[in-house]
Design a protein around this ligand. Sequence first.
Ligand code: FEO
Length: 397
Amino acid sequence: MAITEIAPGIHYVGVNDRTTTRFEGLWSLPQGVSYNAYLVTGEKTALIDTVEEAFGSRLEANIREVIGDRKLDYLVINHMEPDHSSSITALRRLYPDLQIVSNAKALQMVEGFYGIAGPTLEVREGDTLDLGGKHLTFHLIPMVHWPETMVTWCAGEQTLFTGDALGCFGALDGGITDSEIDPERYWDEMRRYYACIVGKYGAPVQKALQKLAALPVRTACPTHGPVWQQQLGRVIDLYDRMSRYEGEPGVVIAYASMYGNTEQLAERLAREIAAEGVRDIRVYNLSYADPSVVLRDVFRFDTLLVGGPTYNAGLFPPVAELLDKLAARCIPQRRFGWFGSFTWAGASVRLLGEFAQKMKWETLCEPVEMKQGFSGKMHDACRTLARSAAEGLRDKA
Ligand code: FEO
């Protein structure tokens, strides 16, 4: 048995990326990321997805380690985003007869991105490809998180190739399946991946989870992160809760501050909330915090306090950027409180209130608005907001 076999006749042939600093040019990768590809071997051979093209030669070496000089018959494309598809051209050079298998939307993208029109095999919902001893069945899960996304099901091995669904950030440090790793280090990276990459598409993820629930799955093979077997129930539960935008009891305080006055409001609020008995509190200075980490925790916790100074008669830019990211993800519910400051004419607090209205979020109580510097005069207002935030959380925390 090859060292990368994860189920009979199914090998992991993916790669780790520990050098890219911004995934999609946006999101930090402090623990790297893996681009997962899988090789299914029957009488014929099929590769499920490829890897980012900078790592294409490693993918080829991994394939050759499993099948030697045998030819690669099929490339199944579950997802066309280039972190998974950009090695297609190189693979076609290596295996000129390679037949590309996917749905109509994906095949159009293969031509659009790489100028490859054939040979291809278009599949529809429920179609099965016979590899001789292994059968692959295709199920469409559009908008998780692109329109062409689908999963591939190997019934004989009860293995589901899930594309980005059930994926997470974090390179694989040797272990591939969850029995070979400490899964604890991946949960936060899964939340961060979901919030940043898939977060807008909660409804399609819910549809996909319901559709796939009928399939008996022993092994789930996503395009990023570990292969899930023992922990599969927990992974599905996490994706289910995140795609329902269901927050755990806890408070995120996200603020920005020009000269430290709004910051003192944030610090006071955090202390008051802790004094109310809430244990899960995360405080982020938006001028310095990693936006992906803030998003991760907004997805994780059910209560959000946002604060910032008035700047050019509007929101301070780091605060406005956070609100843009939250609105883009269409988060339907959060318990929301807000606070802010001004020197001669306030706008920040009013605009944060308008944001809450636009999002149709539950608001906690009157906001805390401060003119000029922080002093003990603000304590009562902070306590009122803190108590409102803590209300109902304390017993659950
Ligand atoms: Fe990992 Fe949507 O690409």
